[in-house]
Design a protein around this ligand. Structure first.
Ligand code: IPM
Ligand code: MN
Length: 346
């Protein structure tokens, strides 16, 4: 019989609330014969305040043993900026080699977006997840003085770029439009930018059916707003991907709908699924958070684990629910979760 052994990291702020709804929908959509086991990990701001720990080795080792990880949100204003981001979230992405940070964008019906009514916005950003300026390679000299010098070096390896570019080609090749756009800034970042472009062109020789395109990141932001239909699959570095996917969320229905998967395609480590949004401390505990992004992240999780039919059912249910949403009658976090859980039930 089939089973899913899931690690759950609710984290901070609205993370707790949205993850509860994600689990509710997951339990409801799974067929009877699939045994779901969950283990919750107490990680985030509260833990740090209590013990000073962000992600102890023992917990990292324990997390490694699960089939997948569902994460809510990490970060709180009471913790110095960077402590939890680096010590927990990025540590997980790096330790479990989540080199594909998958962030799909679809224009759902009836959502608040400047692009409402535009047809066929359906693209996916493949954001590199383990390199770039996120590696912590830098430093500061004469810190806090008028003569301070700070560096933050972007690390790009041929190995790391090739594997994520290849993954993006595979995804493009499997989609009807078969189009892949590389986004970088090789008119200024000539070392990393040229390496990305050279590897992109070289790997592309193996995918003759995939149409390719290149855009500088600044130009890409314009097209995200003026011509988003032109995108199918986008591959880009860690920081450009971070910025572009917030923009993508904002223009395709809001950050409350944006799902993501931190994927280790080799299967050596568990992949981790999380909404793109943060912990939103300003609305935490009030039942105002939209759990849809987490629920769509559960769909990505199911797809990754081979439950394609269940993933599709969640996505179709979300689309149907959004089509009926009445913006003048907002529902609570729980109400949205309950409605979706009832509707996906098999
Ligand atoms: C995201 C977040 C993280 C990132 C932060 C919280 C470290 O913005 O998942 O997009 O920059 O990757
Ligand atoms: Mn981000």
């Amino acid at each position: 019989s089939r089973s899913i052994d899931l690690a759950v990291v609710p984290g901070d702020g609205i993370g707790q609330e949205v993850v509860a709804q994600g689990l509710k929908v997951l339990r409801s959509v799974l067929p009877q014969d699939v045994k779901l086991e969950t283990k919750e990990y107490d990680l985030g701001a509260k833990r740090w305040h209590r013990t000073g720990e962000t992600l102890p080795d023992a917990e990292l080792e324990s997390l490694r043993t699960h089939d997948a990880i569902l994460l809510g949100a990490i970060g709180d204003p009471s913790v110095p900026s960077g402590v939890l981001e680096r010590g927990l979230l990025l540590k997980l992405r790096f330790a479990f080699d989540h080199y594909v940070n998958l962030r799909p964008s679809k224009l759902f019906p009836n959502t608040a977006t400047p692009l409402a009514g535009r047809p066929d916005i359906d693209f996916v950003v493949v954001r590199e997840g383990t390199e770039g300026p996120y590696t912590g390679n830098g430093g500061s000299l004469r810190t806090g003085t008028p003569a301070e010098v700070a560096t933050e070096v972007s690390v790009n390896t041929a190995y790391g770029v090739e594997r994520v570019v290849r993954d993006a080609y595979e995804r493009a090749d499997a989609r009807p439009r078969k189009k892949l756009t590389l986004v970088h800034k090789n008119n200024v970042l000539v070392y990393a930018g040229h390496m990305w472009k050279n590897i992109f062109d070289k790997v592309g020789e193996e995918y003759p059916e995939v149409t390719t395109d290149y855009l500088h990141v600044d130009a890409a932001t314009i097209f995200f707003v003026t011509q988003p239909e032109r995108f199918d699959v986008i591959v880009t570095d860690n920081l450009f991907g971070d910025i572009l996917t917030d923009l993508a969320a904002a223009v395709t229905g809001g950050i409350g709908l944006a799902a993501s998967g931190n994927i280790n395609p080799t299967g050596e480590f568990p992949s981790m699924f999380e909404p793109v949004h943060g912990s939103a401390p300003d609305i935490a505990g009030q039942g105002k958070a939209d759990p849809t992004a987490t629920i769509l992240s559960v769909a990505l999780l199911l797809r990754h684990l081979g439950y394609e039919a269940e993933a599709v059912r969640i996505e179709e249910t979300v689309a149907a629910d959004l089509a009926e949403r009445d913006p003048s009658a907002p529902r609570t976090t729980d109400q949205i979760g309950d409605a979706l859980a009832v509707r996906v039930a098999s």
